[in-house]
Design a protein around this ligand. Structure first.
Ligand code: SF4
Length: 465
């Protein structure tokens, strides 16, 4: 058994949270302990040499032979008796008891959390749930929300990395690997830090937002000591509730049209998150979607969008498409144009298919000449603009909430903002005219109400009120 202490313990202020740490077992367990201690130290926790002097104790256990099991269970018992708050990790944490269930929990039901080996993040989640790390602006080199490259009033929140799909035109999985969802506690903690730091619009991103948590089997994590499932609906609900007191927006990107997405639409209708969905459909024809190996390619997307709009008439759908995919016939392309008109996609982008080195689609027969691909893209964009312009015109006369992105001359000469229908960088904007009221000023990062008076291409023109 070895007890480890942080070098900074003697110089750390008394308010610094202290963790007692016992490391048992083999060198593999020791390296797990080192990872956890490194993370604790990086986050500003100190370690305590005694159980009594700690705010919480972590025991990294061994479950290899009977003696090691006994030593581990005895140590957990000692820590519970002396301190009371104990997190158990390591090989014994993964062992089942005689009657099934978890052995450690059977022997010591009052432990706070139990994880298996190689579980730094789960251990840190448990530590955060029971002993929050205070943010100290004089010590921490970066803000709680991390370093951001976006303007102060909006930020991207990445919820996962990688992707389990294998779309034939895409090489992202070969570069970034399979889906790895970030722990829900970390995601929500980052979101709260962003709202506290002044963010008024949070943009949820990933490769496949609907798949959040699939890789960890929708594991239950912790936030503020409460259990939350690592699942899209639970995440969106929690973000919506969190954003409310800040009057902030939550916008969802890269959502694939799986059936469970239907459950998110009522949250949009209730105003918890923006009624805006970025769904990369890429095509509408089932055969092309099959050749693309698209996720949710069997879904009836027209019916689905119609149902979403019944539940939430304000819903804005943005999407991206590929024209001229290998083997695309004129009839398949027409199917796409009909889909665009019928689905009334509010904002659509389109790429002419272009081969990517290493993509499986390069081996699909029927590569179309570049002129055909470009010509189809142009025809697509003409229809997309028709649909979008018609939808924009219907907004004239309405009053909308607009988030101001720029406001020169101290906001007296108008500015540029966005409504719920416009994501930054990819959609249109709302051009704000100089305020009529002398007392009215526009301010960057603030919301203003505005009456829509006209359209200008992809943009709206509005009078602040
Ligand atoms: S295009 Fe397909 S494979 Fe590529 S990241 Fe998106 S879902 Fe995954």
């Amino acid at each position: 058994m070895s007890e480890l202490a942080a070098p900074a313990a003697t110089t750390t202020p008394t308010t610094t949270p202290k963790v007692g740490f016992v490391s048992l077992g083999c060198p593999k367990a020791l390296t797990d302990s080192e990872l956890i201690l490194t993370q604790l130290s990086a986050e500003g926790y100190a370690t305590s040499k005694t159980f009594e002097g700690a705010d919480l104790v972590i025991v990294n256990t061994c479950g290899f032979i009977d003696d090691a099991v006994k030593e581990s269970l005895d140590t957990i018992g000692e820590a519970l008796a002396a301190n009371g708050k104990v997190i158990v990790t390591g090989c014994l944490g993964a062992r089942a008891g005689d009657a099934g269930g978890n052995l450690v929990r059977q022997m010591h039901p009052s432990v706070l959390a139990v994880t298996g080996p190689h579980a730094t993040q789960e251990v840190m989640d448990a530590v955060h749930a029971h002993l929050p790390k205070p943010h100290d602006p004089f010590i921490d080199l970066v803000p709680a929300a991390g370093i951001k490259l976006t303007p102060r009033h909006y930020a991207y929140l990445k919820i996962s990395e990688g992707c389990n799909h294998r779309c034939t035109f895409c090489i992202i999985p070969s570069m970034r690997g399979d889906l790895v969802s970030r722990p829900i506690g970390d995601v929500l903690k980052e979101a709260r830090a962003l709202f506290e730091g002044g963010v008024k619009e949070l943009l949820v991103i990933s490769q496949d937002t609907s798949a959040y948590g699939v890789d960890v089997k929708y594991r239950t994590g912790f936030f503020d000591g409460r259990p939350v499932k690592t699942r899209m609906l639970d995440l969106v609900q929690a973000l919506g509730e969190m954003a409310e007191p800040y009057g902030a927006w939550v916008r969802l990107h890269y959502v694939y049209p799986y059936p469970h997405v239907d459950d998110v639409i009522p949250l949009m209708a209730e105003g918890k998150v923006l009624p805006y969905l970025d769904v990369p459909f890429q095509h509408s024809h089932p055969d092309v979607l099959r050749r693309m190996k698209r996720p949710a390619s069997g879904e009836k997307n027209l019916e689905r969008i119609a149902r979403w709009r019944e539940l939430c008439p304000e819903l804005v759908v943005r999407s991206t498409f590929i024209a001229g995919f290998p083997g695309e016939t004129e009839a398949e392309f027409q199917h796409l144009l009909d889909f665009l008109r019928e689905a009334r996609i509010d904002r659509a982008g389109c790429f002419a298919y272009s081969p990517v080195a290493g993509a499986a689609a390069n081996d699909i027969p029927g590569m179309l000449p570049k002129e055909v691909r470009e010509e189809r893209r142009a025809r697509f964009m003409a229809v997309a603009e028709e649909v979008s312009a018609d939808k924009l015109k219907r907004r004239v006369g309405a009053t909308m909430q607009v988030l101001v992105d720029s406001a020169p001359a101290l906001g007296r000469k108008g500015g540029v903002g966005r409504s719920y229908a416009d994501a930054p960088e990819i959609d249109g904007t709302v051009r704000l005219l100089p305020p009529q009221k002398l007392s009215k000023r526009l301010a960057v990062g603030e919301f203003t109400k505005a009456r829509i008076v006209g359209t200008d291409g992809h943009d709206l023109v509005a009078e602040p009120i």
